[in-house]
Write a protein that binds this ligand. Structure first.
Ligand code: ITT
Length: 200
């Protein structure tokens, strides 16, 4: 069976990506980046989600000789002109400190009323082959931001993002419910046929 590397060290993302790609019926063995600890993390020097997703996918595909998929994703807040955006994972200073990031964002938006609390999750899903071939598909989940975290599921900013048309936050949904509407679900479901085509 063909191998495909999931180029992420975020455990929350690995779980979501496996579920999304398996549901898309891909006939490939999905391997996490943790299987290759000797390969150093790539610097996310891009200024768009797509650029950073491609950097991560190319780095692993080149180093291993195996096709890799990666995503770059984040929360874009209307009243912050799209921030934290590509800086979502390190908004409070330390990469991947979900609680500190969330607390800082809520403090920043403390005085902002309901009608101005629009935001969306964005995701760019990238596929890179060892020969340099690349593809990117993007997805979004629109919503509004709560004043306080609710729910224990998901990761990152899930406890404060309430999707449009929902009464719950992403952290109150089952993984299947979130994947069905999420930015990452949309992007990777769009990428799945491309993976199928290019991996044969
Ligand atoms: P990798 O680079 O190893 O994939 P990362 O956590 O650094 O992992 P990103 O650079 O893509 O990933 O940063 C994404 C951040 O955006 C993530 O840490 C969360 O804070 C936020 N985020 C992205 N998707 C999210 C989701 O579905 N739910 C909640 N927060 C999300």
């Amino acid at each position: 069976m063909k191998r495909l590397i999931l180029a992420t060290r975020n455990a929350g993302k690995v779980t979501e990506l496996r579920a999304i790609l398996e549901a898309a019926g891909l006939d490939v063995e999905l391997v996490g980046a943790d299987a290759y600890p000797e390969i150093p993390d790539v610097k996310e020097t891009g200024v768009t989600f797509a650029e950073n997703a491609l950097l991560k996918a190319h780095a692993l595909a080149r180093a291993t000789g195996i096709p890799a998929v990666a995503d770059d994703s984040g929360l874009c807040v209307d009243v912050l002109n799209g921030a934290p955006g590509i800086f979502s994972a390190r908004w409070a200073g330390t990469h991947g400190d979900d609680k500190a990031n969330l607390d800082l964002l809520l403090a920043q938006l403390g005085d902002i009323a309901e009608e101005h609390r629009g935001a969306h999750f964005a995701c760019a899903a990238a596929l890179a082959l060892p020969d340099g071939t690349e593809r990117v598909v993007e997805g979004r989940l629109e919503g509004t931001l709560r004043h306080a975290p609710t729910g224990t599921g998901g990761f990152g900013y899930d406890p404060v993002l309430q999707p449009l048309g929902e009464t719950r936050t992403c952290a109150e949904m089952t993984p299947e419910e979130k994947n069905a509407i999420s930015h990452r679900g949309k992007a990777f479901r769009g990428l799945a046929p491309v993976v199928r085509e290019l991996l044969g």
